[in-house]
Design a protein around this ligand. Structure first.
Ligand code: BV8
Ligand code: ZN
Length: 271
């Protein structure tokens, strides 16, 4: 049964019931979205930061936008990279690290899947993490396909000081001045899964294995709009496995609801 239906007034639902499941589960899986990084100062997609200059972030995170105007898309990512690399993990990230370490000590399986590309889970110390939409830390060559880490800010001279959403200059950096591959000098792109692009099937199959095996699934800070991640909780619920939602807003009908900022609710629930 779906237990208590989520309601806006509901603060913390059946806490004791949740702790019973949490303490007896030997395999736990977690999916996080932009909401887990909100308290680190990184805007969410559906919040005001979903807009950058006059663009909806979702329209810029596409191969089409990149091919049409690589200068504009690189300005957008230069800004996102500088935000992410300067941000610090918050209490929600740290609560997940502590709980993972507890699971490791108790020989339980903990799998963290994140839709976020900001790298904060890894910086916080999470170990078994799948960055299913890629990472701002990594770049991919559009020519030789080499993928490698690059956390330089700015990533290249032409992008120094560019990308500020408040300073909407026309974006006309010539391709020859945009980030170049260290191997073949081809044009680099962020190693990120854009809308309309497929996820790495190696990563996705490991996520599916975790979803097939878990005895409890936590969904933290996601609007559950973007597929295939949005299908993860329904997949687990179809197995009759309990799902707990940590979100400031009501998103789906789940067994356990922790309404509020996850920087507060996660440490309480997992502590
Ligand atoms: C694909 C990288 C196969 C970019 C991102 C059905 C099946 C398959 C595909 C589709 C489908 N229907 C439509 C599609 C296409 C598309 C899609 O899902 N579109 C949506 C808009 C309907 N999916 C794809 O294109 C995927 N590819 O399926 O390939 C294929 C290929 C071709 C044709 C068909 C199929 C690729 C998806 C990956 C896109 N890349 N990221 C970048 O970051 O620059 S997704 C991007 O948006 C983020 O990574 C993130 O995943 C997503 C935003 O979602 P959230 O993380 O949930 O963030 P959001 O702001 O929405 O929500 C924040 C939540 O937190 C809110 O609920 C809020 O209440 C809460 N919150 C806020 N503060 C707090 C909080 N909660 C707790 N505490 C707080 N403090
Ligand atoms: Zn190359």
């Amino acid at each position: 049964n779906l237990g208590i239906m989520a309601g806006p007034s509901l603060k913390i639902s059946d806490f004791a019931g949740f702790r019973k499941v949490l303490d007896s589960a030997t395999k736990i899986a977690v999916l996080t979205g932009a909401g887990v990084s909100a308290e680190s100062g990184i805007g969410t997609f559906r919040g005001p930061a979903g807009m950058w200059r006059t663009h909806n972030a979702m329209d810029l995170a596409t191969l089409k936008a990149f091919e049409a105007n690589p200068s504009l898309v690189w300005e957008f990512y230069e800004w996102r990279r500088s935000m992410a690399f300067n941000a610090r993990p918050n209490k929600a990230h740290l609560a997940l690290v502590e709980f993972e370490n507890k699971c490791i000590k108790e020989n339980r399986v903990f799998t963290l899947m994140t839709q976020n590309v900001d790298g904060l889970h890894i910086r916080a110390g999470s170990k078994n993490v799948f960055e299913i939409h890629g990472s701002l830390r990594k770049v991919k060559c559009t020519k030789c396909k080499l993928v490698y880490e690059n956390t330089d800010v700015p990533i290249c001279e032409a992008l120094r000081g560019r990308g500020d959403p408040e300073k909407a200059t026309t974006s006309d950096i010539p391709i020859s001045d945009l980030p170049k591959c260290k191997n073949c000098s081809g044009l680099l792109r962020p190693d990120i899964v854009w809308f309309g692009e497929i996820l790495d099937d190696n990563v996705l199959s490991k996520c599916v294995k975790a979803l097939e095996a878990c005895e409890l699934f936590l969904v933290v800070g996601t609007s559950a709009i973007v597929y295939p991640a949005a299908g993860f909780a329904p997949f687990v619920q179809d197995r009759g496995v309990p799902v707990a939602e940590f979100n400031t807003d009501p998103i789906s009908a789940v067994n356990f609801v922790f309404r509020g900022p996850c920087g507060t609710t996660l440490p309480e629930a997992l502590g």
